[in-house]
Design a binder for this molecule. Structure first.
Ligand SMILES: O=C[C@H](O)COP(=O)(O)O
Length: 352
């Protein structure tokens, strides 16, 4: 364990719940790494640890979520700052069957200038650069996005393993990852084959993710669980843990294509898995809720959940992302409302 992580663990032990709030911002910031966070090296698949995970109590989770979202008291002045943070933690996404290079270029242009000039000026942003953390695209558009975003610091994320179902031979999925990395992807969002969860084939799931992590090389690995397909919250907890043990840098809820996408109770299960993994290993894993998050209000609920359950470091793009195709539109509208007291039509905040 590095001294930074030892420091984080020591800080954790001195605090009361939610004790990860004690982890200092950018805990591992001194360690080398493109994101300023020590990458999760993974660990051997530990069946004993998996078995020790308690059953998930859905009604307790729902009560906790209700408390969190009701207790939230982000006042109007703070709200604009939180919404800017939501932009900074966003993977601005297009994953449509009718995507084109031109559409991806327009989305990248939006990522480079996410707020209309009058809104940015009205907020007094000056030289501050507020941009999404990444643009997320299908593999065929990685090179286009990489070229459009070159030098900007906005990453290219690719969904590269037979998204959204993950149902091609592993060798094909690994080749797709390698091709995306070669084309310039900084981050790879992979989907798991959900059948491995239903069959409790944890070893096979673990081995697949280990292979995917190896195929990523320096690119960061986000593992999409497809939680809406996983049937039980215990499956969500166990799949989260297996993904982290196999070396995931982030765990992500959904593809956006399941009938149920990111929900706060499922998110709570996953962030508690992240907490348990941290307590066990000292490694910090990112979280990405994705799918159906389209309103500024929803983004605030998620940010509150992260702050209350895991603490300040999980309000940084190194450890938290929204996967969202239309959230930026609503955030921009709300920021305009904050400045003018009026709402404008969505088309005034075009994405791509
Ligand atoms: O990973 C991101 C999701 O596919 C985006 O879903 P969304 O279009 O519902 O925002």
């Amino acid at each position: 364990m590095t001294s930074d992580l030892r420091h984080a663990a020591a800080a954790r032990e001195t605090e009361t719940a939610p004790h990860l709030a004690a982890v200092p911002a950018r805990t591992a910031a001194n360690a080398a790494g493109e994101h300023g966070i020590v990458r999760n090296p993974g660990m051997a698949l530990d069946f004993g640890f998996l078995e020790s995970m308690r059953n998930v109590n859905r009604s307790a989770l729902e009560r906790r979520v209700a408390t969190l979202t009701k207790r939230r008291s982000i006042k109007a002045d703070n709200q604009a700052a939180w919404l800017l943070r939501a932009i900074a933690c966003m993977d601005l996404t297009t994953l449509n069957s009718n995507d084109t290079d031109e559409r991806v270029r327009r989305l990248c242009a939006k990522a480079l200038n996410p707020l209309r000039r009058d809104i940015a000026e009205g907020l007094g942003l000056g030289d501050a650069v507020i941009r999404p953390a990444a643009v997320c695209v299908y593999h065929p558009f990685v090179a286009t996005a990489a070229e459009a975003l070159q030098g900007s610091g906005v990453h290219v994320a690719a969904v590269s393993t037979a998204f959204p179902h993950g149902l091609t031979p592993l060798s094909t999925r690994l080749q797709e990852i390698e091709a995306s990395v070669k084309d310039g992807a900084d981050e790879i969002d992979v989907v798991i084959a959900r059948g491995l969860v239903f069959g409790a084939k944890w070893q096979e799931l673990y081995d697949e993710i280990v292979a995917m992590r190896a195929a990523c090389g320096q690119a960061h690995l986000k593992v999409i669980l497809g939680t809406g397909d996983l049937a039980t919250l215990r499956n969500v907890m166990l799949a989260s843990m297996v993904a982290m043990m196999a070396g995931a840098d982030f765990i992500k809820t959904s593809t956006g294509k399941e009938s149920v996408n990111a929900t706060l109770p499922v998110g709570l299960v996953m962030v508690r898995a992240i907490r348990a993994y941290f307590e066990y290993t000292g490694h910090l894993i990112g979280f990405k809720p994705a799918g159906g998050i389209s309103t500024a209000k929803a983004s605030l609920d998620w940010l509150v959940l992260m702050k209350e359950e895991l603490g300040r470091p999980w309000l940084e793009p190194e450890l938290f992302r929204f996967g969202a195709s239309s959230l930026l539109t609503d955030i921009e509208r709300q920021l305009e409302h904050h400045l003018t007291g009026r709402y404008s039509a969505n088309h005034r905040h075009a994405m791509a």
